[in-house]
Design a protein around this ligand. Structure first.
Ligand code: SF4
Ligand code: SF4
Length: 770
């Protein structure tokens, strides 16, 4: 049972300037809005804030979330909203982190309100049901006039660089009469940081519209959006899909409509009444009412109301059908309101049950791709992500530059989504670090529109993903403000590449400011945690006392510029420790070694070499390890980066490059395709190690050794001496054994079998070499 409430919907206005015919506030069973004050008073808002503060303090909450809602909250006007917002901030901010949002139809949003929301760090969500035709189906003024242009103007305002950081996203109510792809594309065109699709509120008494002859039209509609979204590389988070997957994987769903988490949400109406979730207005008259209010009752008392307490029991609170359902972990019985029937209340599956049973498996069993009949072996939506034949050439060993470039494209989609997620978690603008992060994000957003190639160049730098994940999954004791402010360093690097002028505050980390992929500058800012930096086409300048500039040094191989990364603060994401800044002598050793290894590889295995030059962005020099232990590695979250301890000879270095790039390619493929059963915990014998390995390790090892076998095959042909031949035969036998164990493991998905068969074809071509 939940012991506290951290989410509140504060209704600041009970009327609306639109008259949407699908509105649950005015058009459904509960008509209590008629008796409510039109707007909240200062006294009520203040008392509500006191109650939230009191509860947060007693329960020592890390954060509370408050959404200003209505009706239409902007009808409260600029001054009224300022009063409510400043009251909430002044009372709640001192005791906990306040995530403050407003949800609006957008009609009244103007510059002045955007500036107010930016000043008080209020995130703005806007309702939009798709393109003009789709939106006009319901979202109209009372005289029937379309609201589409006004909403479009509001979203345009939120996209401006100065407000972009308060743009929270779009809420779209599904109507199956609208074309799902047209709706999806219309929403995508608004560049929202996040989208949510809402099923129209309905109950068993008032079922949703279903076109004649259809059984599960909502599943079909959402499946088309899901396929397209996956094929596009998930360009923004979509809460409906993300929540179901999170719940299925045992993470918090962050949504009332998915999973079995206790519901810790209360509504405060304009008269100060504590109410249950708003959607209950669809069920019956006064369904959300508790009879309690903020003046006489605390949050703890409101929590004890049977309607609220009854939402805390997880699976035990569901009907027997849901309790037995294999989808229950993700579905959670659907939205509470959607279960209502007049004869037995909420003891039913969702009225959308049949749709949910169809759509949920598509999302949770194939989190990365969706099925289609067009590619044998499954996972065909990835056809949109990889060029024709790319999967085959990659599975055969080397791949080709086009396939490698396509893997890099899909990685770019992942990075965009991750960074949007980081930006959606930006805090207020109180401290210098918070301001640095917000201003960095604004500049990146503006540059993304004007100079996208410069932004992509910086954001696809390998350690950006490691940084973003560090922000999203902070380690204990992490300095989150400092980490988030790294956005400013990324923006400065992108501005430098774009050749524009900009002034930014950059975070100071251990005495230096970092421009990822460019360099680092040691500065003396005293106790200050940020440094002001001016970027221009001629370089970087700062009013602070500067101590030393360190550039990211590069080697050109195969016409590509590869960074030898020894300064990026987020490069430490491999299995062992990276070296510090290389001395000039060591740098020269690396420079000459990498160039020689690349030349040798190009002579020995030109196809592999071409792919390596396409995908390799950086090499991290690592501290040498004990002789006999592994001297190279890759990090799952640093696509295009290798970590190496410099070996003494060029032949070994080229083999390490080859070996590790196999891991880079396979890791990226595993992000696109379900190659093996992730839940399979078994370990299998492998010929190259004494210990048994999980199926993922077995697959990776076999793929890496496939390339190494090819290398020794080439070497044995060029220099037909016995050791090279012996090594080829040894590596080939390892690959053959790996393939055999993989195929007998029962752990491969159809696409994984395709991949292993690709490796087998290559080995079979070597039969004559025996
Ligand atoms: S804008 Fe929102 S509150 Fe207003 S009528 Fe439409 S759905 Fe209802
Ligand atoms: S899919 Fe249907 S039966 Fe299963 S949990 Fe959801 S509502 Fe209940």
């Amino acid at each position: 049972m939940a012991v506290s409430i951290s989410q509140y919907v504060l209704k600041v206005c009970s009327r609306c300037d639109l008259a949407c015919d699908h509105c649950y506030v005015y058009e459904h069973a509960d008509q209590s809005w008629r008796a409510k004050p039109k707007i909240i008073t200062e006294a009520t808002a203040s008392q509500a804030a006191w109650r939230i503060r009191e509860h947060a303090k007693i329960h020592q909450l890390d954060a509370v979330h408050v959404v200003l809602h209505g009706g239409e909250p902007l009808l409260l006007g600029h001054d009224g909203l300022r009063g409510v917002i400043s009251t909430l901030r002044s009372l709640i901010d001192p005791v906990t982190q306040l995530d403050l949002r407003v949800h609006t139809n957008g009609v009244l949003l103007d510059e002045k309100l955007c500036a107010l929301f930016a000043d008080y760090a209020v995130q703005v969500g806007v309702s939009l049901d798709g393109d003009r035709t789709s939106n006009d189906r319901h979202r109209r003024f009372s005289n029937g006039r379309s609201s589409y242009s006004e909403v479009g103007r509001a979203l345009e305002l939120l996209r401006k660089p100065e407000y972009r950081h308060v743009y929270a996203g779009i809420l779209c109510t599904v109507d199956v009469r609208n074309d799902p792809i047209v709706v999806y594309e219309a929403l995508l065109a608004e560049a929202p940081p996040r989208v949510d699709f809402l099923l129209p509120h309905a109950t068993w008494e008032r079922p949703p519209y279903r076109p004649p002859g259809t059984q599960t039209p909502y599943a079909a509609w959402l499946a088309r959006v899901y396929s397209r979204w996956v094929a596009d590389g998930r360009p923004m988070p979509v809460r409906f899909f993300d929540s179901l997957l999170a719940a299925w994987e045992g993470r918090p769903s962050q949504s009332e409509a998915a999973g079995l988490d206790p519901v810790d949400l209360l509504v405060i109406d304009t008269d100060g009444a504590w109410e249950q979730t708003d959607s209950l207005k669809t069920a019956y008259e006064k369904a959300p009412a508790t009879g309690l209010d903020v003046f006489a009752h605390s949050v703890d008392e409101a929590m004890a109301h049977p309607g609220v307490a009854g939402r805390q029991a997880g699976i035990a609170a569901l009907c027997s059908i849901c309790r037995e359902c294999p989808m229950v972990r993700a579905c959670g019985g659907g939205l509470y309101t959607h279960r209502y029937k007049s004869d037995n209340g909420f003891d039913n599956p969702s009225v959308y049950c049949e749709d949910l049973k169809v759509i949920i498996p598509q999302i949770v069993t194939r989190p990365r791709t969706v099925p289609s009949a067009s590619v044998p072996g499954g996972d065909p939506s990835a056809r949109h992500l990889l060029p024709e034949g790319a999967f085959e050439v990659l599975s055969a060993g080397p791949g080709d530059p086009a396939a490698m470039a396509a893997l890099a494209d899909s990685h770019w989609s992942v990075i965009r989504a991750l960074i949007a997620k980081v930006a959606s978690g930006l805090g207020g603008r109180g401290s210098d670090l918070e301001r640095a992060a917000a201003e960095g994000w604004m500049l990146l957003s503006a540059l993304d529109a004007e100079r996208p190639e410069a932004v992509r160049e910086v954001l696809t730098y390998p350690y950006v993903q490691a940084w973003a994940l560090q922000c999203l999954r902070p380690a204990k004791g992490a300095d989150l403000d400092l980490d988030y402010a790294h956005l400013a360093g990324l923006a400065a690097a992108a501005a430098l590449r774009a050749g524009i002028e900009a002034e930014l505050m950059l975070p100071v980390r251990e005495g230096s400011i970092y421009l990822p992929s460019v360099g680092a500058l040691a500065v003396n800012t005293g106790p200050g945690r940020t440094a002001v930096v001016r970027v221009s086409p001629s370089g970087l300048s700062t009013p602070h006392c500067t101590l030393a500039w360190q550039t990211v040094r590069r080697v050109t191989i195969g016409g590509m510029s590869i960074a030898v990364e020894d300064i990026d603060p987020f490069r430490d994401c491999q299995v062992w420790e990276p070296s510090g800044r290389l001395s000039t002598a060591r740098w020269n050793a690396w420079r000459l070694g990498l160039a020689a290894a690349a030349r040798q590889l190009a002579a020995e295995l030109p196809t592999y070499a071409g792919v390596i030059y396409t995908g390799l962005r950086s090499v991290v020099p690592m501290r040498p390890r004990a002789v006999g232990s592994r001297q190279s590695g890759t990090a799952r979250h640093a696509f295009g980066a290798l970590a190496l301890a410099l070996p003494g000879d060029v032949g070994t270095l080229s083999a390490l490059l080859l070996h590790e790039m196999q891991h880079v390619k396979l890791t990226a493929l595993c992000d696109l395709f379900d190659l093996f059963d992730q839940a399979d915990q078994r370990r299998f014998p492998v010929p190259w190690r004494a210990d048994r390995r999980p199926v993922e390790g077995l697959l990776h090892g076999t793929y890496a050794h496939l390339a190494i076998a090819d290398l020794w095959r080439s070497r044995s042909r060029q220099t037909p001496v016995l050791p090279a031949r012996r090594l080829f035969l040894m590596y080939r036998s390892w690959v053959e054994k790996g393939i055999e164990v993989l195929m007998q493991s029962g752990a491969l998905m159809p696409q994984g079998e395709r991949f292993v068969n690709g490796m087998r074809s290559t080995v079979e071509e070597w039969a004559d070499d025996s």
